[in-house]
Design a protein around this ligand. Structure first.
Ligand SMILES: [Cu+2]
Length: 130
């Protein structure tokens, strides 16, 4: 019985760990960076798999770059317009051009139907374009 309890606790902590390990982050640019257009944006994701749009796989999805909008609530569709860029081929980097100014850039991971995984799989940084 003692052994069983131990295994169960081990399983629980494995689950907790994998849930915690699901995250996205900008490889570049870093928060607070000053950049010149065009500039490279590189996405990283932990605990999820990048897959092209249209494929509905568990824990799969693609990256989005949201400009000055913040994260999209879990389950909501991500609009397709100039401030919501989709990387539906499974890209993990891109180059973007923005007019000089301060911007809030949000990475948002979403499933194959462009439905957001919510704030837990988003990351927001601020950059200044010179
Ligand atoms: Cu999308």
């Amino acid at each position: 019985m003692k052994l069983l309890k131990f295994t169960f606790a081990g399983l629980l902590s494995t689950f907790a760990f994998s849930a915690l390990a699901q995250s996205v982050d900008f490889v570049t640019p870093k928060n607070g960076a000053v950049v010149t257009s065009p500039f490279k944006v590189q996405f990283a994701v932990d605990g999820m798999k990048v897959a092209p749009a249209g494929q509905m796989t568990p824990e799969g999805g693609h990256h989005h770059l949201l400009i000055n909008t913040g994260a999209i609530a879990a389950g909501e569709n991500i609009p397709m317009d100039d401030t919501h860029k989709h990387y539906g081929k499974g890209q993990t980097d891109t180059e973007i051009t923005l007019a000089p100014g301060k911007y809030q850039l949000t990475m948002q991971f979403a499933n194959g139907a462009h439905q957001s995984y919510g704030e837990k799989l988003s990351k927001t940084i601020e950059v200044t374009v010179k």
